[in-house]
Design a protein around this ligand. Structure first.
Ligand SMILES: [Zn+2]
Length: 337
């Protein structure tokens, strides 16, 4: 890789708004029959593993400065008690941060992200993927906020009391009354609202209801790769008009039906930049949540390959740093502070 691209990557604050690594570290998930997650709870996040995609040595090697870690609901695979499962994942997150405190720091504010980066540590942010975990209680959003959660996605593809997900193709539903209340509370608390996994109708409801910019933490362009988890051009324009940002997802089937690679992933970035300019796209790998990876993005240590491809396509230094992280940081600063 050329030195210029490597230097750009090293100088940029690289932000990844989605990974499922907490599942690999929480035995409740890995021990479910048929689970795709291989148990790494014994070794933890601090040891370089040949399994999965994310651990601290590989985050460092990939130059990732701020990693969001999702506390996740999975209606078909999570054992019962979503709130208790979420608590276990929060515990996993803080236990791993404590165990590896020389290399990783839990953060809840923009200033804390930048301080951690200045100390050469990975800034670790908690998020929720699928607010099934609040078990219908808006008050639990306040508790999760106190626990450090700074981004919440209402659904994880399947409908819950808050909204319909992208997998509910028969219903045509959007946000429920409770979902609207949740959005209002998240706005009030200063928590990023994540549109990824929502039904299309839910996305449009969210655009109507949310006061601040919203994010789509791990979603691509549907015009480039026709998958319901990706966003139409109309949705991308609305997200951009609201000042939001979307993180590019590395799941092969969201990238390209036959040739998932760094090149075809950057095709999504090209399309979005062509549509709404360079201020609304970032990275949201979905590492450790995807069964396979695109060519040359085998794990998080390969992140610099994206920068090299952006440079090869003539992106300016400024636009590269926006795409690698500054866009996400701008929205984070505005919504969370
Ligand atoms: Zn997801």
């Amino acid at each position: 890789m050329d030195d210029y691209a490597l230097k750009l990557h090293g100088d940029a604050v690289v932000v990844d708004t989605h990974c499922d690594t907490l599942k690999c570290l929480t035995p409740r998930f890995t021990r479910v029959k048929g689970s795709m997650w291989e148990d790494r709870s014994g070794v933890g996040m601090g040891v370089r593993s040949s399994l999965g995609h994310v651990d601290i040595p590989r985050l460092m090697e990939g130059g990732v400065d701020c990693q969001f870690f999702a506390v996740s609901s999975e209606r078909d695979r999570t054992p019962p008690y979503p709130l208790r499962t979420a608590m276990e994942m929060v515990d996993t997150f803080y236990s791993e941060c404590e165990r590896n405190r020389d290399a990783v720091k839990p953060v809840t504010k923009y200033d804390e992200i930048m301080r951690a980066v200045g100390e050469g540590k990975v800034a670790a942010m908690l998020s929720i993927e699928g607010a099934d975990v609040i078990e219908g209680e808006i008050g639990m959003l306040r508790v999760f906020h106190r626990l450090g959660v700074r981004m919440v996605g209402l659904v994880h593809s399947l409908r819950n009391p808050l909204a319909d997900g992208v997998a509910d193709t028969r219903t045509g539903g959007g946000l429920s009354e409770l979902g609207v209340q949740a959005v209002e509370e998240l706005d009030r608390l200063g928590v990023l609202i994540d549109a990824s996994h929502l039904s299309d109708a839910g996305f449009w409801d969210l655009i109507d209801v949310a006061k601040g910019p919203i994010v789509a933490s791990h979603s691509n362009s549907r015009a480039v790769c026709d998958h319901p988890r990706n966003m139409t051009d109309q949705m991308i324009r609305a997200l951009a008009d609201a000042g939001g940002v979307m993180g590019m997802n590395f799941a092969p089937f969201f990238v390209h039906p036959t040739k998932p690679s760094v090149e075809t992933l950057v095709d999504h970035i090209d399309h979005i930049v062509g549509l709404v300019g360079p201020d609304h796209v970032g990275l949201g790998s979905d590492f450790d949540g995807i069964p396979s990876t695109p060519k040359d993005l085998e794990d998080v240590s390969r992140m610099p390959n994206i920068t090299a491809e952006l440079v090869r396509r003539g992106y300016s230094e400024e636009d590269v740093s926006k795409i690698l992280g500054r866009n996400h940081l701008r929205v984070f600063m505005r919504v969370v502070g």
